[in-house]
Structures are given as structure tokens and as C-alpha cells.
Design a protein around this ligand. Structure first.
Ligand code: HEC
Ligand code: HEC
Ligand code: HEC
Length: 206
């Protein structure tokens, strides 16, 4: 009996919910919810588009002068641009986290820094770029050290290394490296760019 009256009162509540509200302004609640829903959906889709567009090869390697002129050509000379497997590592694959919220932070904060740097021409000549390279590279190295080379592992998973297929030096390093607390970037600097040392050597040779 009591369950019967429970369901009656539930019905009552539902029919009251769907009934035309007595005062006109109450209509605003469902309309407001509807508008909010679509505004929310639009902003999620919109931000995904921005996320996507700002991580393409075109954008990162050409949106601003310094990346296009100094950074991209070095990457284009590297194994991460062209290799027998035909897998290309884009700027974003190594520099933008795939995990949230780190991805949003990287886009907002680093993106802002880059736009600012471009505006005030911090690295708009080869000389300025090279002078600042140690500082910039160091930031990336520290970041990669702190994340245990997280972005490298999007593609290279050392759990799946077939050590017997690697040359002896590599296999040994990959075996002992992790035991010594080393991460990819400790041993593999300059895999998409010239390192500051290489640049210094080149200019000394000139
Ligand atoms: C988008 C995927 C991707 C990401 C991210 C990536 N790599 Fe690679 N890496 C590759 C591919 C593909 C090759 C070439 C494999 C081949 O020989 O065909 C490669 C090659 C290499 C090699 C061999 C270099 C040589 O001269 O043969 C090293 C070392 C390496 N990567 C280290 C790294 C490190 C360190 C990171 C992080 C900073 C990284 N990779 C990030 C895909 C990636
Ligand atoms: C202790 C140093 C050390 C660490 C740590 C290390 N490597 Fe290596 N790796 C080497 C050496 C040495 C070689 C062989 C010479 C070379 O290619 O630089 C090598 C070679 C490679 C190659 C080419 C293998 C081949 O036979 O074609 C890839 C790819 C690579 N490493 C990726 C990584 C990735 C990804 C990580 C992190 C998960 C990593 N390495 C961590 C030292 C290290
Ligand atoms: C395979 C991973 C990888 C790819 C792809 C990659 N980078 Fe890097 N980037 C690094 C690493 C690692 C460093 C730290 C310096 C070093 O070891 O070369 C770095 C450093 C930099 C620096 C600091 C200056 C310097 O030369 O050290 C800039 C700017 C930069 N990257 C921008 C880019 C842009 C733009 C692209 C695409 C055109 C790109 N990177 C592609 C891994 C990568």
C-alpha cells in the first residue's frame, strides 16, 4: 500500500514538472538550460578545433617567423622528420602533452609566451636565436627530465624495446639506463634540433 502511494506521489511530481508553469518567467528555466547546453557543447567543440588547429605541422612549423626560419629546417634534417618507417614526429608530438590538463596549460601558457616572444622579437635573427638556444634547450630538457620524457613515450615505449634487435651499445644503455635513474632525454639530446654545443662547434669552425 505504501509503495502504491509512493508511486502516486512520484507521478504527481512528474506531472507537475511537465505542466505548463503558472508564472511565465518559470519558462526561462528550461529555455536557459537548453541554451546553456548548446553553449557548452559549442565551446567544447570550438576549443577542440583550436587545440587541433594549433598543433598541426603547418601551424607550429610556420606560424611565426623564428620557428619557420630557424627551427623547422633543423627538424627537417632530422630522423624525426623523415625515416624509412615513414612515421613523422610533429613539433606537437614532442612539445605538447597529450594528457589533460597539462595540454591546456601548455597551450595557454607556452602559447602566450611564444606570441609575446615573437611580438617583441626575442629570437628574430639567427644570432639572437643561437644566443638564446642554451636557455631554450635547457627549459625543454628540464621539462622532459621532470616528466620522465613523457612525450617521447607517446611513440617509443621502452617496455616494448626489442633489445636483441638493437646494437650492443644501445641495448646495454637501455638496460642499465633506467636502473641508474636515467630517462630518454638524459642520453638523447638533439634528436630533432642542433644542440647548443653543436652550434658552438660549428661557429668555432667557421
Ligand atoms: C611521433 C612519434 C615520435 C615521438 C614523439 C618521438 N619519436 Fe623518436 N623516433 C620516431 C621514429 C618514427 C623514429 C625513426 C625510426 C626509424 O628508424 O624508422 C625515431 C627515431 C628515434 C631515435 C633513433 C635516432 C637515429 O638516429 O636513428 C632516437 C634516439 C629517438 N627517436 C629518440 C626520441 C626521443 C628522445 C624522443 C622525445 C624527445 C622521441 N624520440 C620522440 C618517432 C617518435
Ligand atoms: C643511458 C643512456 C640511454 C638512455 C637512458 C636511453 N637511451 Fe636510447 N640509446 C642510447 C645509446 C647509447 C644508443 C645507441 C647510439 C645512438 O643511437 O645514440 C641508443 C639508441 C636508441 C635508439 C635507436 C635504436 C636502434 O638500434 O635503432 C632509439 C630509438 C632510442 N635509443 C630511444 C630511446 C628512448 C625512447 C629512451 C627512453 C625510453 C632511451 N632511448 C633511453 C642510450 C640511451
Ligand atoms: C622528436 C622530438 C621533437 C620534435 C619533433 C621537435 N622538437 Fe623541438 N625540441 C626537442 C628537444 C629534445 C629539445 C631540447 C633541445 C634538444 O635536445 O635538441 C627541443 C628544443 C626546441 C626549442 C628550443 C631551441 C633549441 O633548438 O633547442 C624550440 C624553439 C623547439 N624545440 C621548437 C620545435 C618546433 C617548432 C618543432 C617543429 C618544427 C619541434 N621543436 C620539433 C624535441 C623535439
Amino acid at each position: 500500500m505504501s509503495s502504491q502511494s509512493d508511486s502516486d506521489s512520484n507521478k504527481g511530481r512528474w506531472s507537475r514538472f511537465w505542466r505548463r508553469p503558472e508564472s511565465k518567467w518559470l519558462l526561462g528555466i528550461p529555455i536557459g538550460a537548453w541554451v546553456m547546453f548548446w553553449a557548452g557543447a559549442a565551446s567544447i567543440v570550438g576549443s577542440e578545433i583550436v587545440m587541433y588547429e594549433t598543433a598541426t605541422e603547418d601551424f607550429c612549423a610556420s606560424a611565426c617567423h623564428s620557428m619557420k626560419t630557424f627551427t623547422a629546417p633543423e627538424w627537417q634534417d632530422s630522423v624525426h622528420f623523415s625515416n624509412p618507417s615513414g612515421v613523422r614526429a610533429l613539433c606537437a608530438d614532442c612539445h605538447i602533452p597529450k594528457v589533460y590538463p597539462q595540454k591546456l596549460w601548455a597551450k595557454a601558457y607556452d602559447g602566450g609566451r611564444h606570441i609575446w616572444g615573437e611580438m617583441i622579437s626575442v629570437i628574430d635573427t639567427q644570432e639572437k636565436y643561437d644566443a638564446r638556444r642554451t636557455y631554450l634547450a635547457d627549459r625543454v630538457w628540464k621539462h622532459m627530465k621532470a616528466t620522465d620524457s613523457r612525450e617521447c613515450r607517446n611513440c617509443h615505449n621502452d617496455k616494448y624495446f626489442e633489445l636483441s634487435g638493437q646494437d650492443e651499445r644501445a641495448a646495454r644503455a637501455h638496460h642499465t639506463g633506467p636502473q641508474e635513474g636515467k630517462t630518454c632525454i638524459d642520453c638523447h639530446k638533439g634528436i630533432a634540433h642542433k644542440t647548443p654545443d653543436e652550434v658552438a662547434e660549428e661557429s668555432a669552425a667557421r
